[in-house]
Design a protein around this ligand. Structure first.
Ligand SMILES: [Zn+2]
Length: 307
């Protein structure tokens, strides 16, 4: 589920987290990011000066694509809107009865490749810079694990957005958490992605696994890294792959056969998946508009926004 790049060719990147404005931050620090999708067309595009809320009124989920001030992000901004990325996430979040309004937002962050949930403003934010960094690091040719450029782009964008939305759900629904919240958010993200249509789930898991592995190859393992609120990228990779395998050992048998998931870990993945699914049923389930063991509504909500 990863592995196309020669580590030497990838600029240093670091996945670390720290709080900001009471929020929780996923910071991905890339080295020099090549100009991504920077074309004459994007340079010439005149971005409107204000955010465009797509949903209104009493809706508890508001999605907003803030027009980027950096013209290099124009193409990304348009592609995200065209593909209804936030609307699709919003359609899934609307399956949950939220007590307060939640904003899902894409915006430029003055050069910072970042994503976070801010509990004061109750907003999930993903920066165009982070999307640009993901796109820049997607393989041009399918990786040895068969991850395509599109999968390596869509996977981490979806995983990061759902992970941040997980923090939002924990906060808004006052979900109690044992263990690290970052692990819980990853588990929730994996569970939701794995409830999409099987082929789509596999695409997103593969792409997200590619991203974690790419970060993992670049990650320093000095002691300060162990102090981070997040697990190491390779741990996040294996936990994701393990939950995928645990959800459907037949469909994901190849991840063990090809060595992406060690057989020792694979033996516990069924139980790990059940543990996460149980926590979801008990803690999030009572807030759902649908029965939590039925993934159909989730799939339809997501796919209704397929471009
Ligand atoms: Zn997080």
């Amino acid at each position: 589920m990863d592995m196309a790049h020669n580590p030497q060719t990838i600029p240093t990147s670091e996945f670390s987290g720290r709080g900001r404005d009471g929020g929780r931050v996923e910071r991905v620090r890339f080295g020099a990011i090549p100009g991504v999708l920077l074309t004459a067309a994007t340079l010439l595009s005149a971005a409107p000066a204000h955010a465009l809320p797509v949903s209104h009124g009493r809706d508890r989920v508001v999605v907003t694509y803030v027009p980027p001030s950096d013209p290099a992000h124009g193409e990304i901004y348009r592609a995200l809107r065209r593909q209804h990325v936030l609307e699709r996430l919003g359609a899934v979040v609307r399956l949950v009865r939220l007590p307060r309004r939640l904003t899902l937002r894409m915006k430029g962050c003055a050069g910072e490749a970042n994503a976070w949930y801010d509990s004061d403003s109750r907003a999930v934010t993903m920066c165009y810079e982070l999307v640009a960094g993901i796109i820049a690091r997607a393989p041009h040719e399918p990786s040895p694990a068969g991850v395509t450029q599109e999968q390596a782009t869509r996977g981490p964008i979806a995983q990061i957005l759902v992970h941040e939305t997980g923090h939002a759900l924990f906060h808004l629904l006052r979900v109690p958490i044992f263990g690290r919240e970052e692990d819980a958010a990853d588990q929730l993200a994996a569970l939701l992605l794995l409830h999409l249509a099987p082929a789509q789930a596999r695409d997103l898991v593969g792409g997200s696994g590619y991203f974690f592995a790419m970060l993992g190859r670049q990650e320093a393992t000095d002691t300060s890294r162990f102090a981070d609120v997040h697990g190491l990228s390779w741990q996040r990779f294996y936990s994701l792959v393990c939950l995928a395998y645990g959800s459907d050992p037949r469909r994901y048998a190849d991840v063990v056969a090809k060595g992406y998931l060690p057989a020792d870990r694979a033996t516990t993945c069924g139980d790990e998946y059940k543990q996460v699914a149980y926590a979801f049923r008990r803690l999030i389930g009572p807030h759902l508009r649908v029965r939590p063991h039925r993934g159909e509504r989730l799939r339809r909500a997501w796919q209704a926004r397929e471009p």
